[in-house]
Design a binder for this molecule. Structure first.
Ligand code: ADP
Length: 482
């Protein structure tokens, strides 16, 4: 058995703000069949209080980057979970990264450096009784762990390291002034170390130190080598391109399966698609929409520029004029929230908006709406299109990143070959979106074609089987003697 420490700032079902949590939560079960024993390591937010209540203390720090802390041992489902209990850093209201207004916590640099330091200690023999073959760090919040292993090693510093980029736009960039408090030797402030444009870059440091880098789709792995997508790290990614692989996320069948989903009034399979109508009625009631069998679009998303929500907001009058309706669930930028609420006011019965975060409603929307709109400017993998495919809620997506890799556009050739699963558009412009909406509605108007799309989508395999195997192969390749 390979022993892997999976280090992340979120894991479903304990703490989630986005796709990262779904993936980290699914990995232990995804990797178990491949001879990998995975232990998850999370910060001790208040949301974890219930699972850590009777947890065992496995390590105590009197001074972890300036605060007292303990490492606790418990379980997430059937799998081992370690938690960094550091009340001064993590026991506070608000979200994992900021307060209730959305402003970042000013000490995020210390919170996630301490977390990464503790992860490195677990992997390097500093915590008695713990040893791992691989430290797998997810995103910038965990990315300092490989840097700590490299520059401040422990007694058994043998673990190989993997950093997975779930979104290169979030990097953990701070000023030079924090460097002195990171407890790293001066040589770490180097071109191939933690230094980044004169300050400190957490993701950058991890990408330099890691033995392997992955991102969550092959197309995104290629895109981040270019300046439009690399967000300043394209040079580094190019430099280390032979260490970078793209592994698409899978979906957790225990959470996302229309046949068993407890959030759906009517559960169904590809053979009982008519049952979706009951769910559509439930959406109409919940979102105050007209009751009819015409096309119902949905959006389940962070409301940000990354997700193309500004362009979508501008396309809503046309969507309604074409006979469509929209049920939107999301939260994010205040001006975008406002724009969608305004659209709902302009189009009563046609556009319904819920601002907020609601896991059961997100399932209901996938299980009852006809199509899900995902006009992202960039999308490392994207999960909502995968859920849409599994639920027969046809994804209408921008051709970028994981959206390009997982949706097969319903052009005439793909329809004739019986493989089409969705609609893709090139670029995120009003014209491109308008064209995609019209194509979607033309397909919807032909029930035989639409049903075929739904069946193809629901047949597509986005289980973890293949991706789990790829992670396992990557780990074992790092453990082979050079
Ligand atoms: P990202 O991680 O960039 O936000 P993904 O598509 O990878 O995008 O993952 C988003 C995850 O968050 C999905 O599980 C989606 O269903 C969920 N989600 C996004 N917004 C909401 C919301 N307002 N309510 C409930 N779930 C949401």
């Amino acid at each position: 058995m390979m022993r892997v420490l999976s280090v992340a700032s979120e894991a479903y079902p304990l703490i989630k703000t986005g796709g990262l949590a779904d993936v980290v939560g699914a990995l232990p079960a995804a990797l178990a069949p491949h001879n990998v024993a995975l232990t998850t390591f999370l910060p001790g937010y208040p949301a974890l209080a219930a699972v850590t209540k009777r947890a065992k203390v496995v390590h105590r720090y009197t001074d972890l980057l300036g605060t007292e802390a303990r490492i606790l041992k418990t379980k997430i489902g059937d799998h081992p979970l370690l938690v960094l209990d550091a009340p001064a850093l993590f026991a506070r209201g608000g979200g994992p990264y900021g307060d209730a207004t959305g402003a970042d916590w000013p000490d995020n640099w210390r919170r996630f450096a301490a977390f990464s330091r503790a992860a490195a200690d677990l992997a390097s023999g500093t915590v008695p009784g713990y040893a791992f073959d691989i430290l797998h760090a997810h995103d910038w919040q965990a990315a300092m762990a490989p840097a700590y292993l490299r520059y401040a090693p422990g007694p058994a510093n043998a673990a190989k390291t993997v950093v997975t980029i779930h979104n290169i736009a979030f990097q953990g960039r701070y000023g030079y002034d924090i460097f002195a408090d990171l407890a790293l030797p001066d040589i770490a402030f180097a071109l191939d170390g933690v230094e980044y444009y004169g300050g400190v870059g957490y993701l950058k440091a991890g990408l330099e130190a890691a033995d392997a880098i992955t991102t969550v789709s092959p197309t995104y792995a290629a895109e981040i080598r270019r300046a439009e997508f690399g967000m300043g790290l394209e040079g580094l990614i190019n430099d280390r391109a032979n260490r970078v692989t793209g592994i698409v996320n899978g979906i957790d069948p225990a959470v996302w399966n229309p046949e068993t989903d407890a959030a759906l009034p009517a559960r169904y399979t590809a053979r009982t698609l008519a049952r979706r109508r009951t769910n559509k009625r439930a959406i109409e009631t919940l979102f105050g929409l007209d009751t009819e069998d015409g096309p119902l679009f949905t959006v389940v998303s962070r409301l940000t520029g990354q997700k193309g929500m500004d362009v979508l907001a501008g396309a809503l009058d046309e969507l309604v004029a074409l006979g469509g309706r929209l049920a939107l669930l999301g939260s994010g930028d205040t001006d975008l929230e406002r724009a969608f609420l305004d659209a709902a006011e302009r189009h009563p019965g046609r556009i319904g908006v819920r601002i907020g975060y609601d896991e059961p409603v997100s399932h209901l929307l996938q299980g009852g709406a006809d199509a899900i709109l995902i006009p992202s400017r960039f999308e490392p993998c994207g999960l909502t299109q995968l859920y849409g495919l599994a639920y027969g809620c046809i994804p209408v997506v921008a051709r970028t990143g994981g959206l390009a890799d997982t949706v097969i556009d319903a052009n005439e050739a793909a329809i004739a070959a019986g493989v089409a699963t969705g609609i893709q558009h090139d670029g995120v412009t009003p014209e491109a979106l308008s064209h995609a909406l019209r194509r979607t509605l033309a397909l919807y108007a032909r029930p035989d074609r639409w049903a075929m799309l739904q069946r193809n989508a629901m047949r597509a395999d986005f289980s973890w089987d293949e991706s789990g195997r790829r992670y396992a192969n990557l780990y074992s390749s790092l453990l082979e003697p050079a």
